[in-house]
Design a protein around this ligand. Structure first.
Ligand SMILES: Cc1cc2nc3c(=O)[nH]c(=O)nc-3n(C[C@H](O)[C@H](O)[C@H](O)COP(=O)(O)O)c2cc1C
Length: 219
């Protein structure tokens, strides 16, 4: 089946949080495309510290739903992406070597940039201290946004989910004993079984400012 993807603007405008899914599976080639588009997301220093777990197994989906206060969309959707983040990824020398080499080979990063990163990344990440987790979670959230919009463009639906207990989600994905893993988001994906309903947005002047907070945009 050939899909003509929606353009980005249409995908953004059309996307809604869908909480009821058909049991229809996502074809493996389509799922693969979605995964590729997910990891095309940018990340701080291109560290790619997200850890994405594609939950498909029925028992795993059930356990994930229980970790998410019984929210049914995780059980109904054929696939749920768990966006986790490893705040220690920058300490893996082999992976960092691969990232630097790809940057060099592609021509995107001159040797000078790589040499700078080799000093700057450990310095920056160490200085962040406990905020390292927040930084890595940001990257995982950006990747999740790519997934949701790509899914919409490819005829699928999704639901961003923050309603879950982190320790329980970590246990489900096998990360209970890893303090460096944080959970960013759950994203069930599948074919919508309910119409897209838009709950609306505040007027721009409510939360968009010019130059400083409080100078409302558009007023
Ligand atoms: C970070 C985040 C967490 C959310 N968590 C949940 C959730 O746990 N369960 C749920 O049903 N919807 C969840 N939502 C969906 C929101 O309720 C929804 O995005 C919002 O009402 C706007 O609707 P729309 O996504 O259709 O535009 C979440 C959305 C975001 C962005």
């Amino acid at each position: 089946m050939t899909i003509t993807p929606l353009d980005t603007v249409t995908a953004i405008q059309q996307r809604r949080s869908i909480k009821s899914f058909k049991p229809d599976p996502i074809p493996p080639t389509l799922l693969h495309q979605l995964v590729e588009l997910t990891v095309a997301a940018p990340s701080s220093y291109n560290l790619q510290g997200w850890r994405i777990v594609i939950v498909q197994d029925a028992a795993q989906k059930q356990a994930l739903s229980e970790a998410a206060f019984g929210q049914p969309q995780v059980v109904q959707a054929p696939v749920t992406f768990v966006f986790a983040a490893d705040s220690s990824s920058w300490q893996d020398e082999a992976v960092m070597g691969q990232i630097y080499q790809q940057g060099l080979d592609s021509g995107a990063w001159p040797q000078q940039t790589v040499d700078y990163f080799k000093g700057a990344i450990p310095q920056f990440m160490t200085a962040l201290g406990p905020k390292t987790r927040e930084y890595t979670i940001k990257d995982a959230m950006i990747a999740a946004t790519h997934t949701a919009l790509a899914a919409e463009a490819l005829g699928l639906s999704s639901c961003f989910m923050n309603g879950w207990l982190e320790d329980k989600v970590k246990a489900v994905i096998g990360a209970a004993d890893n303090p460096d893993i944080g959970i960013a988001l759950l994203l069930p994906i599948g074919y919508a079984a309910a119409p897209r309903q838009n709950p609306g947005r505040l007027p721009l002047c409510a939360n968009v400012s010019v130059d400083q907070l409080g100078t409302a945009y558009g007023s």
